[in-house]
Design a protein around this ligand. Structure first.
Ligand SMILES: [Zn+2]
Length: 348
């Protein structure tokens, strides 16, 4: 059996469930975060699986961290997006996606029983060359989806409707879901959740997950819920609750904010999951369940955040939800997102 074909037994095992799946996590190293003094900056596949064991999570979708060696490191650290003069990664995430698959499937094959790697992409830079590299990657390794975090690349998500359309064509061709980092903070046009929803509406042939609970924006949650191809993940929920308590601009405020008691993590998560029972996915964002670092907006202004979260907090709070709701957001919705309704029905 080729490595790429190894996907089917893994999917079969998961569909035989029920199991708990983390829909949003990262594996790898981010040299720019390290050099900037930001946290987190790394987690190995082996360390991540230790955390899964510690917290009782069965499977996890995992993607690289944000920095790609496509960019000059000293420039990236100073928020300049300059192509590296070296040849480590001739295209965005070429090196990081290969590295993730090598680590999981070659260096540590035991972890391949638990991890569902997603490939990272940049919607605006060299999309066709990225698709060629991704075609080669999926021919050699089981890859389960795509991910981007456009805020930190200053790349517009709506490029997916223009030059980056081929990346979504690739996702549709291989039945791969696409997770996108979202934002509502003014000064982040790159991952604005309403711009992303335009992409989701225009591509009913692709399944999307909008990360970070759409930053609690009820209008975005309503719209995501109304679209059959759209899911929303709860990634890094605890630190987002902290942002809501601080009335930080990174989350929706006033009447735009989904009404819930954000001082109580599990109660707020339950209220949102009950309002959108077919749409929500549980995800921890490990190791980004904590975030100490900066976001630089479109005027070059820095927004520092110091958001910590205990290592078992995301799973402990999740376990306070009623059984049926946990089954939905930790399994049933997640398999529909990962593999598609048809795959789930074919097995039922
Ligand atoms: Zn993340």
């Amino acid at each position: 059996m080729t490595r790429a074909a190894a996907k089917s037994p893994m999917i079969e095992r998961i569909l035989a469930g029920p199991v708990l799946i983390d829909a949003h996590a990262h594996v790898g190293a981010d040299a720019a975060a390290f050099c900037s003094g930001n946290y987190p900056y790394a987690i190995t596949a082996e360390d991540f699986v230790l955390r899964l064991d510690l917290t009782g999570v069965d499977y996890a979708a995992c993607f690289p961290l944000v920095y790609t060696a496509y960019f000059s490191l000293p420039d990236f650290v100073h928020n300049r997006f300059v192509r590296s003069s070296g040849d480590l990664s001739p295209i965005p995430y070429g090196l990081e996606n290969e590295r993730l698959c090598q680590e999981i499937f070659e260096a540590m094959p035991a972890v391949a029983e638990r991890l569902l790697p997603f490939a990272f992409f940049d919607p605006g830079r060299e999309p066709e060359a990225q698709v060629s590299a991704l075609e080669s990657l999926v021919a050699r390794y089981p890859v389960y989806g795509l991910k981007s975090a456009t805020s930190y690349l200053q790349s517009h998500s709506t490029e997916l409707l223009r030059g980056g359309r081929c990346l979504l064509d690739f996702a549709a061709r291989h039945n791969l879901p696409v997770t996108l980092h979202t934002a509502v903070i003014p000064g982040d046009p790159w991952a604005n959740v309403f711009e992303i929803l335009k992409v989701v509406r225009a591509r009913p042939d692709v399944r999307f997950a909008l990360a970070h609970t759409c930053r609690f924006d009820r209008r975005a949650l309503d719209e995501a819920d109304s679209l059959a191809n759209c899911f929303v993940d709860f990634s890094a929920f605890h630190i987002h609750c902290k942002l809501a308590q601080q009335n930080h601009a990174a989350v929706a405020s006033g009447p735009d904010r989904f009404p819930a008691d954000y001082t109580r993590h599990a109660a707020a998560m339950q209220a949102i999951a009950e309002a959108y029972p077919e749409t929500m996915l549980w995800g921890s964002d490990t190791p980004g369940h904590q975030f100490i670092g900066r976001f630089v907006d479109d005027r070059g202004e820095e927004h520092w955040m110091h958001l910590t979260c205990e290592r078992r907090r995301e799973t402990d709070e999740f376990r306070q939800l009623p059984d049926a709701l946990r089954d939905r957001i930790g399994y049933r919705n997640t398999v529909r997102y990962l593999f598609g309704q048809e795959a789930v029905e074919a097995r039922a």
